[in-house]
Design a protein around this ligand. Structure first.
Ligand code: FMN
Length: 201
């Protein structure tokens, strides 16, 4: 059974818009001592989007540049081509997986069991082992294929957690908006953040 709250987290990022959400999610995870191990995978398309949105080019020191602070000790980078990586097997004790942002292409592959690369394989393993899988899907507008695939993934056990931020706490910046979204995803996994906004009614 996976540990709750998760100590061993898999984080994948794909070629959907919203790299700033990944940055804040990784920063929060890196700073949360309850999380001991992180396996991180970026698809090739994620790099293309990060070049546009975060002005990051190439794969060298990718995590440190996304974090834009000191090197992380616990975030291990895996190649999306390496289907022999630890997280490709159900025998590896991953506790939960988050795909942020999740493209509708990756959603389609996960929802239909196409596990050719590590991101989809690790997601497939999460579902078969009944471990939490959170898909932060981003696309607009949605066609019926996207909607069907969200239904299929949710029906198989995934949580569809669309990249739709809240506005009622009146975020003063994009960073604040993305940070708060990261806090919501972590709270959903059983890792509430002390500095998160709490609605008091
Ligand atoms: C700047 C940019 C923004 C994109 N935004 C989205 C998006 O919001 N959602 C999406 O599903 N695809 C988006 N795409 C297209 C995906 O990157 C593309 O479909 C890619 O094949 C997805 O590959 P992956 O799922 O392996 O990462 C975008 C591409 C670029 C270059």
């Amino acid at each position: 059974m996976p540990t709750y709250p998760p100590k061993n987290l898999t984080i994948a990022t794909t070629g959907a818009s919203g790299a700033i959400f990944l940055r804040h999610f990784l920063q929060a995870v890196d700073g949360d001592d309850r999380i001991e191990t992180v396996n991180f995978i970026a698809s090739d398309s994620a790099l293309r989007v990060m070049a546009e949105e975060l002005n990051l080019k190439g794969r060298s020191n990718l995590v440190d540049r996304i974090l834009s602070r000191r090197p992380s000790r616990k975030i291990q980078v895996k190649s999306n081509a390496d289907i022999g990586a630890n997280i490709a097997s159900g025998s590896y004790p991953a506790d939960a997986m988050v795909v942020i942002p999740c493209s509708v292409g990756t959603l389609a592959r996960i929802a239909n069991g196409v596990a050719a690369q590590l991101i989809e394989r690790a997601a497939d393993v999460s579902l078969k082992e009944k471990r939490p899988l959170v898909l932060c899907v981003r696309e607009t507008p949605l066609n019926k294929i996207h909607i069907r695939n969200m239904y299929r993934a949710a029906d198989a056990g995934a949580t569809i957690f669309p990249l739709i931020p809240a506005f009622y706490y009146r975020p003063a910046s994009l960073d604040e908006m993305a940070r708060e979204f990261a806090h919501r995803v972590l709270a959903h996994l059983g890792l509430p953040q002390p500095q998160a906004f709490r609605w008091k009614g």
